[in-house]
Design a protein around this ligand. Sequence first.
Ligand SMILES: [Zn+2]
Length: 446
Amino acid sequence: MVFVLNKNKQPLSPCHSAVARKLLKTGKVVIHKKYPFTIRLKELKESERKLKDSESKAEFRLKIDYGSRYTGLAILNGPTVVWLAQIHHKTNIKSNIDSRRAMRRTRRNRNTRYRKPKFNNRGRKEGWLPPSLQSRVDNIKNWVIKLQRLCSLTHISYENVKFDTQLMQNPEISGIEYQQGELQGYEIREYLLEKWDRKCAYCGAENISLEIEHIIPKSRGGTSRISNLTLACHACNQVKGDMTAEEFGYPDIQKQAKKPLKDAALVTATRWKVYNVLSETGLNIECGTGARTKMNRILLNLPKNHHFDAVCVGTSTPNDIIFRTNSVLHIKAKGRGSHCRTNLNKYGFPRGYLARQKSFFGFQTGDIVKAIVPKGKHQGTWIGAVACRKTGYFDIKNKEGVKAAQGINHKYCKMLSRVDGYEYASEHVGVDGIPLMTEVTSILPY
Ligand SMILES: [Zn+2]
């Protein structure tokens, strides 16, 4: 699906890409944005204005599956999936800052006598997050704002906790499973997987199916409280039989099970920070748990993927899903270049200087350009990200990030899209069990 804007750049309902292609041929619309692909109507017609009024009732729900490395995004209109994307967060921030600090330290200390550390009176602002986490929050904020401009969003679904501890505290699994439905089981399973590191507690086997195991067996009076449960592979479970974990030779497991799982503090902090950022948009926010997402994904029979996870977030997930899109936009956060103007070698010594300005002849490093070179070694057409030089002779990188052409004169280059701190790639899905466009996957009611 393609996002549509009217003449005044206000969002209309997204249309099918085939419709967009036809409209583009007629010349009634222009390409507003390449990523995500958006068209804009040239004329403000009466019919479109009416269309807009009727569409104002349409509900577009943005669903977000926040993860530490990837965040899945999905826009749904009722049961219809309109748009899918994945944000790839920056992962090198911590190591970059660490290496910068190490080089600065050695540089300063090289010719300086020892000095006592200063009194630490420099406070951090409230709500401070480490830069690596802050960047994830900012990425999501940025994209919610961007999408609000392209599509009239009304609701947001967001997964703010992994599992609902309230749902889990109740002791008897079997009883509750019958009483309150399936969700309980999922919450408990997710909790145990997290607590026991997705491994068999006895032999440490990974990537196999694990069974919920009673540390003190039920036959010996053990309860089904979460503090008496662990995960074991089938073999260990069988061998252990009606022994307790201590008798089985693992006294530590009993101790570990007694301790409740401490949520990784940072993850929770970021999740709540993201929630606060989302609530600033003024849209209706629905919160879901990770366990529910997983349950929905299994019931909808969708493969494990960040964008499909996003589709499954929250109670609002419909029982039938209709895919009106068969591509996923991969959005890779790259930043907008570095503050440092000196290139360093691996020892931290300068090996070259970068220009003070960012823009050369109207181009900036990272812009997507099309260059038609009429003659010479690089004769032909080149499309890709440009690396600007002050000489006016640019390098062009292709899709794979390989230098395709070197020393292309700026006058042959034509701007396709300006750098915005993200790199884009579109992935086509619709093979190997992944739903194709308009295919309906049904699930049982729950
Ligand atoms: Zn085992």
